[in-house]
Design a binder for this molecule. Structure first.
Ligand code: B12
Ligand code: SF4
Length: 476
């Protein structure tokens, strides 16, 4: 059958950087391997909504990826358009948001089905069932409306062995446009799921990946890297490992990654997100040897009280230790912060600022604490009467809120202006670190020689940061 898989990034502003949708690309491979014809419709670079209609024509099934509530409006525009262009197709939604809120998805956009959770197996079963002329309504993970009532079929177990999953079909991605539009690294995933329980994040991802973590072998990851290197005809690859916590791999995993990459003659230059309590001195050393150049740590706050509210399970001392190890091995360390939590007061914000001065990060990203539906923090904000706005989806992106200096929670002990004041102070300190950290000076000097244009732009943004405005990554 002909299936169209849609990345509805239409007329869209990314506040968090541009990235190819790795999960959706894995579904393309799964469908192809099962013998289906697949069209990938990426609206990122379309100037007209009907630009991809000829490729959508004749599709029997059209699957639309939706990752977050903030993205629902664009998914709706694209889906309604495609419904007009290909009226006979069945329409399907999947991804993080429909996995958490299948009912709300079906209420908002007239999809025939939602497929919740990881979908490599279920989307193939759905396509095969429809091709065979059979009734798909019994398929596990399928959610649909029957006479206006929500029917949620039982879920299948998540695949235990991630090495059996197909690699993302990167051949369909217009990487040249992505790279020229601001993407700087290829996205990759080496684990699925996260075993921790942070208030501002869980349980959202459990609805996709189940509550635990599963790992790919280093050999399987290197196989994917080799494929990508061949596709792009390069041996030196910039990669962002998008895992929730890649440092849940033991140090030995990174040693194998390092050795296999060396054997293949591929040089990786990678960065990742991590928690300060999942690294050791040895792990950071071997990560560096496999090409790790930057670790972005969820530091969140310098106040133990706030860390405990966040159920982070880490301490400021652990953060100091992790940042020290990074400095020792020349790895850039970024501190991600989340300020503006309702229980925060002036003292907590000052503790965070003082903490940063001890950490001496190479970069700092300060988000505004945001109550996103599907996360414990949203229920907590409702129960305690701190949710200020639950209707504006524009307020559900912490990076956007930071950029616009707005929030969706009430602050009993602070004014919004206090949070903005500390945010700007932190941004100024960030700019200072940008011009004083050895790692930053070294990288900027190298960039100035190779790409003077982008290095000059970066310098301008840092100077702007001294005014407390930061340098938001905003990509259209
Ligand atoms: C990378 C990433 C981004 C990237 C870009 C997304 C991309 N193109 O890859 C950027 C940085 C831009 C981003 C931004 C945001 N993100 Co984000 N992001 C992620 C992250 C870390 C990894 C995504 C990924 O590749 N996962 C791995 C693949 C294998 O999983 P998957 O994509 O879910 O795909 C599987 C299934 O969902 C399903 N599936 C996927 N697509 C489809 C389509 C169909 C038709 C079907 C049937 C199935 C299906 O099958 C796939 C394979 O099994 C996830 C967290 C996570 N661990 O997944 C958060 C996550 C998706 N983001 C989230 C959010 C909230 C956001 C933001 C609002 C800000 C934020 N981080 O808080 C913004 C939204 C910006 C905006 N303006 O709209 C939430 C969404 C859940 C929710 N609560 O609504 C997540 C789950 C994080 C979390 N812990 O809650 N994000
Ligand atoms: S914030 Fe990070 S460590 Fe905490 S639950 Fe989410 S992914 Fe896991």
């Amino acid at each position: 059958m002909k299936v169209a898989l849609v990345y509805p990034r239409w007329d869209w502003i990314e506040y968090n950087g541009l990235a190819e949708p790795v999960g959706l690309l894995q579904l393309i491979s799964a469908l192809r391997n099962a013998g289906h014809q697949v069209e990938y419709l990426d609206y990122s670079f379309c100037s007209r909504l009907d630009e991809l209609d000829s490729r959508a024509a004749g599709s029997d099934l059209i699957g639309v990826a939706i990752s977050a509530a903030a993205k629902m409006s664009r998914a709706e525009i694209v889906t309604r358009h495609l419904k007009g262009a290909v009226p006979d197709a069945l329409f399907l939604a999947g991804g993080a948001y429909p996995s958490i809120f299948p009912g709300k998805t079906l209420e908002s956009i007239p999809f025939d089905f939602v497929l919740v959770g990881e979908a490599e197996e279920s989307i193939v079963e759905l396509a095969d069932t429809i091709t065979g002329g059979n009734d798909p309504h019994g398929i596990r993970n399928l959610v649909y409306l029957k006479d206006g009532k929500l029917v949620e079929n039982p879920r299948r177990p998540v695949p235990a062995d991630l090495d059996v999953l197909p690699f993302p079909a990167r051949d369909v991605v217009d990487y040249d446009s992505y790279l020229s539009d601001g993407m700087s690294e290829y996205g990759m995933i080496t684990t699925r799921g996260c075993p921790f329980d942070c208030l501002y994040c869980k349980p959202s991802t459990d609805f996709i990946f189940g509550g635990n973590i599963r790992y790919r072998s280093a050999a399987n990851v290197v196989e994917e890297i080799v494929q990508l290197a061949e596709l792009r005809s390069i041996r030196k690859l910039p990669v962002f490992f998008k895992d929730d916590t890649i440092t849940m791999h033991p140090a030995g995993w990174f040693e194998t990654l390092r050795d296999l990459l060396h054997k293949e003659g591929i040089e990786l230059c990678w960065h990742c997100n991590s928690r300060v309590d999942t690294v050791t001195r040895r792990k950071i050393r071997v990560m560096t040897e496999s090409g790790c150049r930057c670790i972005s740590f969820g530091v969140e706050s310098g106040s133990q009280k706030i860390l405990d509210f966040y159920r982070k399970g880490t301490t400021p001392e652990q953060a100091e230790q992790a940042f020290k190890w990074c400095r020792e091995f020349g790895v850039e360390a970024t501190a991600n912060l989340m300020i503006g939590f309702p229980m925060e007061n002036e003292e907590d914000l000052k503790a965070t600022y003082d903490h940063l001065k001890r950490l001496k990060p190479d970069d700092i990203i300060v988000y505004f604490s945001t109550a996103i539906p599907g996360r414990y923090i949203h229920d907590w904000a409702i129960e305690n009467g701190y949710l200020a706005n639950d209707t504006n989806p524009e307020l559900l992106d912490p990076a956007r809120n930071r950029a616009h200096e707005i929030m969706n929670m009430r602050l009993p002990f602070l004014e919004l202006d206090d949070v903005i004041h500390w945010k700007r102070r932190i941004e100024r300190y960030r700019s200072w670190r940008k011009v004083s950290s050895y790692n930053n000076i070294r990288h900027w000097a190298a960039e100035l020689v190779q790409h003077p244009g982008s290095a000059t732009k970066k310098a301008y943004r840092v100077i702007r940061g001294f005014g407390g405005k930061g340098e938001d990554i905003v990509t259209r």
